[in-house]
Design a protein around this ligand. Structure first.
Ligand code: N01
Length: 544
């Protein structure tokens, strides 16, 4: 028998809430606002960092800015918020996004329910009490009926296990854990490993400051110019006038961006017309390049025309033919990996202080005290920057050490890859909601659109339970099975699974199961499915 006095003391030391939210980025902030201010729940947000912002708290690397345009990479739920905030550039820089989120936190008085510097190390569901107990790094324990993970999709830094890293005599950094004081590259020999969206943003900025930059490239990447610039007054006025329509478009779009995909095929126009269309899209810049034709992500032959257009651009920009050839992607099609956009990325390789190393020809073997050693050579360096991405989608959730009914561990349930219903719930984990989880559109969309939809759906679901005196919701295994098939089917209808080195498939992390994780059926379709599920009394969930 336990000691009743000790049990009382323990019970008193555990704080209880209706809901605990893990993470204070875009997702956590809005979810807190909805659950507390609309539903009247007691809510606690636990955040590992000492500030809010989520991914934008950590990603402060040189050149870090969003690839979605600022006027729609923001919340749409409050017209007042929209009216009072002014973005300064076409693409918001990381600091400006943090200022925006700080403003949101102040404006909606969110801070009083956010506990910073609190890293969650575990969470377990107790069936008898129908409560989640969350444990933090400092040993604190908090309980809630509902647990909502708002931990982001790209928040677990992937530092490759290259032998000898600990022997490196210089300094090294991962872009997703960038020092707040910045890094001074002046006079330094810098090595940048990785040429995804991050490396492609960082390289031109580092090259301008460093004495020398060596870019270590494993997979060559397509990139389209961002064409960033200040938001002029005319454009700002246009956004204000059209705000409602732009937001509607974003909500109804496949990918949460307020632009239309052209309904013409890349194969139905003459080569001259196609070239002119791509040229105009290249000049306009940004992720919208993909929308030049409807079938770029659907038909390999159509895609090849876009891929070849970009390859030709690389050849025309990069002066040294050998460097241009190394930079030219040939092992995957355009946008089958998340397409980067850039400011002078390919131009950077025309600088005298920049060198490209082809890791496909000679892989990295070790990091040695003086730098990086590949099979062919040793490159002396003072600083190594890892732009090597993230353990995407599942990584941040698995790190929480979640245990559901009967002590089952999420690690075990997902050993062969993630399984969920709508990306929102996992069978065996009642009252746990995974915002932008694997199986939802998340990373294939403009994130705030996906985030708002999830936050609103979860709030609606909890309101539904409360109105009916219900206490518990859990996805059924059958619904998760069917949804898993729908996720696979949606991916197979696109060219996305073709890129074998894509992080969408988990291919960037050695040993990770190769499963296409996000739902590729489009945000609009997904939203409709979620609405139908709710309208049918939460079909596929067991409620009681
Ligand atoms: O990461 P990535 P990221 N040795 O995984 C290479 C979002 N984002 O941080 O392709 C050598 O795309 C790896 O090579 P390979 C966006 O969704 C958004 O750049 O696996 N190289 C690749 O080149 C994006 O897609 C924004 O062969 C190694 C690179 O490192 C996502 O975040 C900005 C290696 C990693 O590319 C992730 O982007 C930036 C190794 N051992 C990012 N391991 C904005 O919107 C990996 N690589 C602002």
């Amino acid at each position: 028998m336990g000691n009743p006095r000790a049990e009382t003391i323990e019970a008193e030391s555990v704080r209880r809430y209706d809901a605990i939210i893990v993470g204070a980025g875009f997702s956590g902030l809005y979810q807190l606002h909805l659950l507390r201010d609309r539903l009247g729940l007691s809510v606690r947000v636990l955040e590992a960092a000492d500030g809010i912002g989520g991914t934008w708290y950590w990603n402060r690397y040189p050149g870090a800015r969003c690839d979605s345009e600022s006027y729609y990479y923001s919340y749409s739920f409050s017209r007042e918020l929209e009216d009072e905030w002014e973005w300064s550039e076409r693409y918001p820089e990381h600091g400006e996004i943090r200022r925006y989120l700080d403003h949101v936190a102040d404006r909606f008085d969110l801070r009083r329910d956010i506990q910073l510097e609190t890293r969650v190390t575990g969470a377990a569901y107790d069936e008898a009490q129908n409560r989640w107990t969350v444990t933090t790094e400092s040993g604190e324990r908090v309980q809630a009926q509902f647990l909502i993970t708002a931990v982001g999709c790209l928040s677990t830094a992937n530092v490759p296990a290259i032998p000898g890293l600990e022997t490196f005599a210089g300094a090294w950094y991962h872009t997703g854990r960038w020092p707040h004081d910045g890094v001074d590259f002046t006079g330094k020999r810098v090595g940048l490993i990785g040429t995804g969206s991050t490396g492609i943003q960082a390289a031109p900025v580092i090259a301008e400051q460093a004495a020398h930059l060596t870019v270590f490239q494993r997979t060559a990447n397509y990139s389209v110019p961002a064409r960033n610039g200040p938001m002029d007054d005319r454009f700002k006025a246009w956004v204000r006038e059209n705000s409602a329509e732009l937001r509607r478009k974003a909500r109804e779009a496949t990918n949460g961006h307020p632009f239309d995909f052209h309904d013409r095929s890349a194969l139905d126009v003459s080569p001259e017309e196609r070239e002119a269309i791509y040229e105009a899209a290249w000049e306009r810049g940004g992720l919208r390049f993909r929308a030049a034709f409807r079938d770029i992500l659907l038909d390999p032959d159509a895609n090849e025309t876009a891929s070849e257009f970009i390859r030709a651009k690389i050849r025309s920009i990069v002066k040294d033919p050998e460097t241009a050839e190394t930079l030219t992607p040939r092992d995957h099609l355009f946008a089958t990996k998340r397409p980067p956009i850039d400011t002078n990325y390919f131009e950077t390789f025309n600088r005298d202080n920049v060198r490209l190393v082809n890791l496909k020809a000679a892989p990295i073997e070790a990091i040695v005290p003086e730098g990086v050693r590949t099979r062919d050579a040793t490159y002396p360096l003072d600083i190594i920057v890892f732009a090597t991405g993230f353990d995407a989608l599942t990584g941040p959730l698995l790190k929480l050490n979640l245990r559901g009914r009967d002590g089952i561990a999420l690690q075990d349930v997902w050993a062969a890859g993630p399984r969920s219903y709508l990306g929102l719930q996992v069978p065996g984990f009642p009252n746990l909601f995974t915002m932008t989880g694997p199986g939802s559109p998340s990373v294939l969309t403009n994130m705030p659109v996906a985030i708002e939809q999830h936050a609103e759906w979860i709030a609606g679901c909890i309101a539904h339970l409360r109105e009916r005196g219900l206490e518990r919701i859990e996805a059924t295994p059958e619904a998760a099975e069917t949804w898993g098939a729908a996720v696979n089917e949606a991916a197979s209808a696109t060219l996305l699974p073709m890129a074998s080195s894509s992080w969408y498939l988990g291919a960037n992390v050695p040993g990770k199961p190769r499963v296409f994780m996000p739902y590729a059926g489009g945000m609009a379709r997904y939203r409709g499915i979620c609405e139908d599920v709710a309208a049918q009394g939460y079909d596929g969930f067991a409620l009681r």
